[in-house]
Design a protein. Sequence first.
Length: 448
Amino acid sequence: MTWLIVALVLVVAAAGLLRWRRPAWYWLTFGVTLAVLRVVIRYRSVMDACGLTVPPSRWRLALARTTNRPAPDSRAPRILRLRPTRTGLVLRLGLRPGQDAFDVAASCDRLRHSFGMYGVTSRELRSGVVELRMTGYDVLKRVQMPAKLERTPTRVPVALREDGAVHYRDYRTVPHALTLGATKSGKSVYQRNLVAELAAQPVALVGIDCKQGVELYPLARRFSALADNADTAAELLDALVAHMEDVYQLIRAEQRITADVPDAEIAADIWDLPQHLRPVPIVLLVDEVAELALFNTKEEEKRRDRIITALARLAQLGRAAGIYLEICGQRFGSELGKGITMLRAQLTGRTAHRVNDEPSANMAFGDIAPDAVLAAIQISPDTPGVAVAGDSTGGWARVRTPHTSLRKAVDACNRHAALAPDLPALAPFRPALNALAPVPAVESVPAA
């Protein structure tokens, strides 16, 4: 009996230590079992307390009266699936007649307290089916990406969502994106991680960094073109517009619109072209876009209008030509001049790190997801990298990018430098770099 008590004390102490120091390990060893038991045991009473039950149907009441039995209880949503994950639980519910997915979404906070989980989010999969994603611990405190991640040339993982799912940057679905954030908010790490992921993919990277290149030039070996000042940026954007027009001419020549060609094979963008004719996709990264929009003289104002016009044309027309925009900045409002709001309207993806004021958050989400504005201004300065990611559908979620050091990003770009394509239209802007120095061999020391 004494050994049993000692073993129980050791198990409890180990569980407490893991929960404090390694919450992910605690969840996989103890937390997931306890959470499943809590959900199964408390489910009916919790649904009733949260108002997520419906009264019995008339035929059940009539049957109870006919057979002289007690009236049946109210019915909770059916549990279609209960699946543990590495960060929490996934509970799929089948709604009863008369229930609504918004009722479940409004009860997420009460469900979180009732089931003893760290967070609960809901989404409607289809009519009558709602999925609850429950997290057992704060997954954004120490970001650990899953070992297996899906990667394609236009879809790469960039962050971890608060519900434990992976946040992907999918250029085929969301061609252009805007990233906002104050100084030391994690915006540069987000961009650095994105470049490191794209470096291994068959895409062309083009950068504009008007901070004299301090952010992007360390990664230059993987870039097909770079500009470190506004004058060069204007010429680079004009070259991109000319390249876009050439790609459209190629699509026109290969559209195959004869009567014997099925509709599905008619080319309307680069992805409909045969593999041997398809141009390489281009991702344009703009760091500190405000530096491109500010001016002091008449000549700088003309240059500024030329830059904004080119960016707006690329945002409006570049998707079919395989040109995708990633625009970063601290602010992106109408105070930057004419054409800015038109450009912002074309940027479907929105990511806002910590901002210094509410108007900055409104620049990102005020026109698509007003609820996300409050979440963006509540990000603590002690959590760099935490951001609110949304799109034009109004959906949003808190995410955090895994910390990617500059050294790690540079190594990734150097390792995949051979994948940087040579684009004739952008050849004048390709960074001129010295050859990589060979790594000295480490001599083995004979054992004594």
